[in-house]
Design a protein around this ligand. Structure first.
Ligand SMILES: C[S@@+](CC[C@H](N)C(=O)[O-])C[C@H]1O[C@@H](n2cnc3c(N)ncnc32)[C@H](O)[C@@H]1O
Length: 191
């Protein structure tokens, strides 16, 4: 059983807001995220997957922890909406078709930085050219993890210019319930 599955079974899930992230709601409401095919890697209990499914997006929710996905399945059924649920390792899984968008909320920071380059390759491959990565970079300002600190300088090196276009404006700050904050940014996959 994975470390993550153990945490969900024990309900030791301090990262779970218990609600949709305000960052996602902001992106939907300001029109940055129009309905389409969207992947949520490391979706956890899936508050964002449920919200997007309710709003008519074609959602694929991916997580390595079956208990988290079971929770999402119950929520989807109760709401009478659908989303594809995939229990797999985000470092190896491949979809049949690329996505228009990815919502990346604290899956990157769950990985040891030795896996970040492999995960960036996955994110790039999962998106169609011109597709958007809606991402939240966890800020811990400390060594070790998870969650691992996603320093903006390191993020610019990881999501580098030949493959990713960064927005002109500085990333916004999003408070996180574990007392930390995330930097929110929308990156575009270059062709
Ligand atoms: C910090 S939690 C964030 C969960 C959710 N995004 C949220 O904000 O509540 C990280 C999530 O990534 C999942 N995860 C960790 N390693 C994974 C892997 N190799 N493949 C897929 N999911 C993974 C965990 O099960 C967990 O749900």
């Amino acid at each position: 059983m994975s470390h993550w599955e153990e945490k969900y079974r024990a309900k030791t899930i301090p990262w779970d807001r218990g609600a949709v992230s305000p960052a996602l709601l902001g992106w939907i409401e300001d029109g940055a995220l129009p309905p389409g095919r969207i992947l949520i890697p490391g979706c956890g209990r899936g508050h964002e997957a449920l919200e997007l499914a309710r709003r008519g997006f074609q959602v694929t929710a991916l997580d390595i922890a079956p208990t988290a996905l079971d929770h999402l399945a119950q929520e989807l059924a109760a709401a009478g909406v659908e989303a594809e649920r995939v229990c797999a390792d985000a470092l190896t899984w491949q979809p049949a078709q690329p996505f228009d968008a990815i919502y990346e909320q604290t899956c990157l920071c769950a990985f040891d930085p030795e896996h970040w380059a492999a995960y960036e390759r996955q994110l790039f491959t999962w998106l169609r050219p011109g597709g958007k990565l809606f991402t939240l970079f966890m800020q811990t300002e400390r060594a070790g993890g998870p969650p691992f600190h996603c320093a903006l300088l390191d993020m610019h090196a990881l999501f580098a210019a030949p493959r990713w276009q960064w927005p002109d404006e500085a990333p916004g700050r999003v408070a996180h319930p574990i007392g930390l904050f995330e930097f929110a940014a929308v990156l575009t996959r270059r062709v």
